[in-house]
Write a protein that binds this ligand. Structure first.
Ligand SMILES: [Zn+2]
Ligand SMILES: [Zn+2]
Length: 424
């Protein structure tokens, strides 16, 4: 079996015993030993001065395949994920056709076999994401779907959401909920507030998100069900989730880097790269998201990587597609705007995501799959469009100075990405 040794890195391992400046010896797809004087390997990578994290897991992304390969495909998307340090990603089912049956799921899994990151599909909760009829969740779960969601759309009917949560739980699974009341959203394209008024753009009220979070927390609590709330963006939503967690409700949640890195003032100038759903909120919401990530109310940072073709973004704000291309900036945005506490970063990018989806990860120890993310925490660079390897170049952070850069990503003992210098 091929062997690989990582030398001299600072091992960050909040859930493991071995941490600090240590070497890691990989044999085949597994970590064989961690320590010093581990002998020679077929290949050695000097990672001294760098930080070694358990592989990052992104529990919310859009790989667009099948059906929208002009935006992204599984190969390009997982390479962008690997460049961002993600060793595994959960892809949402709003493909064309949707991942709502075994054959589409099998297609995604087969395309993912040679991908640069592990791909865990999230199955559709309802057929064609229409909110009318449940999918065959048992069959999809058996194939490897780690959760169910109609992401991109809410499950509008409370009765249908309850049925979906109950049915998923039957198979030991759960719903990832895209919380949005379409009536309250109306024709909104950005956060409802002073900035939407100044720009003359229709607003999306916080209530569109918060009312649905409240509904699903009540369903989870009343019926003893588990729910995961996606892309939390408002202080009110966080307050509801924090209180529910204190009451013992089985809820986890995520937020995305853009919700702690940008606010709705960024929409001035009608730059459609800032158009995302839920929308960028106010500075107070940004502060609330940061607090909640640091105090553990928000369990995970997920990218909601939503690549689009430039012709869908470089147009009038009201007509542009919702979404930000997020794989390649997530870690740097967290280091730049949230925290430089390595244990906290490991918790939000690896330990908690692994627990939420019930897949291996989150710890560096002997015998586990060798999924590792190596970063230069001191690197500073300005993000350029040319540096993005995703087909989607729709990032509002292009031109911004960022700190912390992934330099190597290892999946099952394979070096799937190395670089970092090119975009310095
Ligand atoms: Zn969503
Ligand atoms: Zn999404």
């Amino acid at each position: 079996m091929k062997t690989l040794k990582l030398c001299g890195g600072e091992v960050v391992n909040p859930d493991g015993e071995k941490k600090g400046r240590l070497d890691i010896f990989i044999e085949g797809d597994r970590i064989k030993s961690i320590g010093t004087d581990l002998g020679s390997a077929d290949e050695t990578i000097d990672v001294s001065g760098k930080t070694v994290f358990p592989g990052f897991i992104d529990i919310h992304c859009h790989l667009r395949e099948p059906g929208q390969e002009y935006k992204e495909d599984i190969m390009s998307g997982t390479y962008a994920a690997a460049k961002g340090g993600f060793t595994a990603v959960c892809c949402m089912p709003n493909t064309v056709p949707a991942i709502d049956n075994a054959s589409v799921c099998a297609l995604v899994l087969s395309k993912a076999q040679n991908a640069s990151a592990k791909v865990y599909p999230v199955g559709a909760a309802t057929k064609e994401l229409k909110g009318k009829e449940l999918t065959e969740m048992g069959e999809l779960a058996a194939m490897g779907c780690v959760a169910f969601s109609d992401d991109g759309r809410p499950i509008g009917s409370g009765a249908m959401m309850l049925a979906a949560m109950q049915y998923a739980q039957t198979y030991g699974s759960f719903i990832m909920a895209h919380e949005e009341c379409l009536d309250l959203k109306g024709t909104g394209v950005m956060n409802e507030g002073l900035n939407s008024t100044i720009l003359g753009l229709p607003g999306i009220p916080r209530a569109a998100e918060e009312t649905m979070i409240a509904r699903d927390l009540i369903l989870a609590e009343s019926y003893g069900l588990r729910v995961h709330i996606q892309h939390v963006s408002t202080r009110g939503g966080i307050t509801l989730i924090r209180a529910a967690k204190q009451r013992g409700v089985s809820v986890t949640c995520e937020s995305a880097p853009h919700y702690f890195s940008a606010d709705d003032s960024w929409c001035s100038g009608y730059d459609a790269r800032t158009k995302v759903n839920p929308p960028l909120r106010t500075p107070d919401d940004v502060a609330a998201v940061k607090e909640a990530l640091l105090d553990g109310t928000i369990d995970a940072i997920a990218t909601d990587h939503a690549p689009h073709h430039k012709d869908e973004k470089n147009i009038e704000y009201a007509l542009a597609a919702f979404g930000i291309s997020g794989f390649e900036t997530a870690f740097s945005l967290a280091v730049t705007n949230l925290t430089q506490d390595n244990d906290k970063l490991a918790a939000l990018f690896s330990v908690n995501p692994s627990r939420i989806i019930g897949k291996p990860g989150g710890v560096i120890k002997e015998g586990v799959p060798a999924d590792l993310t190596i970063a230069d925490m001191e690197a500073e660079y300005t993000l350029t469009e040319q540096s993005l390897v995703s087909k989607g170049k729709n990032s509002p952070f292009i031109g911004h100075a960022l700190r912390g850069l992934v330099t190597h990503t290892i999946v099952d003992g394979r070096l799937v990405y190395s670089g970092g210098a090119s975009c310095k």
